[in-house]
Design a protein around this ligand. Structure first.
Ligand code: ADP
Ligand code: MG
Length: 354
């Protein structure tokens, strides 16, 4: 039996409970530093409270200023360490049996891959928690798929099959780094222009976590999806043709399906169209139900990106209105009872404070 729960037990749950009470889709916005300083910067204001003001370069006066509000905004000078620090608690909840999905959205060149590079640190960090909490060898396995996404639905058990995915067990930091490298190489296969390839494909790194709660004997199973989405920019049909066009349309379709799913969730529709694309099918368990989701909305600060930046921010704003209700850990009812008890005591503590 695998058991890793005892170390996690002490400081876990406070974050989870607070998060559960608030609902579970978070939106962080990250602004890339300007690459071309001679172009006008359209980011007018970044508040520490997650607010952000963008100026329309054609209407720089008051009516051209748009305010957005997110859970957190990382400005152009933000570091990878800051991103890592603010995402760690969420990643940690994977250890408590929650499914977690982090996805990077934005136009090509806005910094998605840059942010998702922290992924290897997350996996290594999870691995460290595992190896520190228990000297067992076989605890964490990781599945990595890059290149264009190929997902088939397996009707029998409603699970998803990824024909191109390689499921590898990782036992050390070196394993993780090698696997990440393999993913980057796979993503570039078939194209000499790596940037074009990566802007038209989604890359998904999934970490499967399995363990047994030493105290209750409950089996925990959870997964962490780290998704570097294809560029969200509109594809001009005149620029691509043939296979390239098909690929671009497919990617556009999957991103618009993601938008449809988000809208349906935001409107609390009874039917959520997960089945319309492979991407949403893959992320189904992370977008609805019992998961915790974090979207990184990436924007470029240059004036010539104004249209795409507004598109990204509006989409992100829509995502932030989605309320999914409480996230649930994938485990047995004793744990749920314990959580409920803790929520009650937390509510009491809050009431006492007021
Ligand atoms: P995307 O994956 O969205 O197409 P990239 O992550 O490849 O964009 O970023 C485009 C370029 O900008 C890269 O050269 C990257 O190193 C740089 N970049 C992106 N975000 C940042 C950042 N926060 N700080 C410094 N450089 C960045
Ligand atoms: Mg990229």
């Amino acid at each position: 039996a695998l058991g890793y729960h005892k170390v996690v037990k002490e400081n876990r749950n406070l974050y989870n409970i607070v998060q559960d009470l608030k609902g579970n889709i978070r939106v962080y916005c990250r602004i890339r530093p300007p690459l071309n300083t001679s172009v006008q910067n359209i980011i007018d204001f970044i508040g520490s409270d997650g607010s952000l003001v963008v100026i329309d370069p054609l209407k720089p006066q008051k009516d051209g200023k748009k305010l957005f509000q997110f859970n957190r905004v990382f400005g152009p000078t933000s570091t990878q360490d800051e991103v890592f620090r603010d995402t760690q608690p969420l990643i940690r909840s994977v250890m408590d049996g929650y499914n977690v999905c982090i996805f990077a959205y934005g136009q090509t060149g806005s910094g998605k891959t840059h942010t998702m590079r922290t992924s290897s640190e997350f996996v290594i960090w999870l691995l460290m928690i595992f190896s520190n909490s228990l000297p067992k060898e076989r605890i964490l396995s990781s599945s990595l798929t890059m290149d264009t996404l190929e997902i088939r639905s397996c009707v029998s058990d409603d699970s998803l099959v990824l024909p191109d995915a390689t499921l590898r067990e990782v036992k050390s930091t070196i394993d993780v780094i090698n696997l990440m490298k393999l993913g980057e190489v796979n993503r570039a296969v078939g194209s000499t222009a790596i940037n074009i390839r990566s802007s038209r494909s989604h890359s998904v790194l999934t970490v499967h976590v399995q363990g047994e709660d030493v105290t209750g004997g409950n089996i925990l199973r959870s997964c962490l999806h780290l998704v570097d989405l294809a560029g969200s920019e509109r594809v001009d049909k005149s620029e691509v043709s043939g296979d390239g066009l098909k690929e671009a349309q497919y990617i556009n379709k999957s991103l618009s399906c993601l938008g449809d799913v988000i809208t349906a969730l935001a409107q609390k529709n009874s039917h959520i169209p997960y089945r319309n694309s492979k991407l949403t099918l893959l992320l189904q368990n992370s977008l609805g139900g019992n998961a915790k989701t974090l979207m990184f909305a990436h924007v470029s600060p240059e004036g010539d990106s104004f249209g795409e930046t507004m598109g990204t921010l509006k989409f992100a704003q829509r995502v932030s209105t989605v309320e999914l209700g409480a996230a649930r850990a994938n485990k047995e009812s004793t744990e749920v009872l314990e959580l409920k008890a803790q929520i009650e005591s937390l509510k009491r503590a809050l009431a006492y404070k007021e």
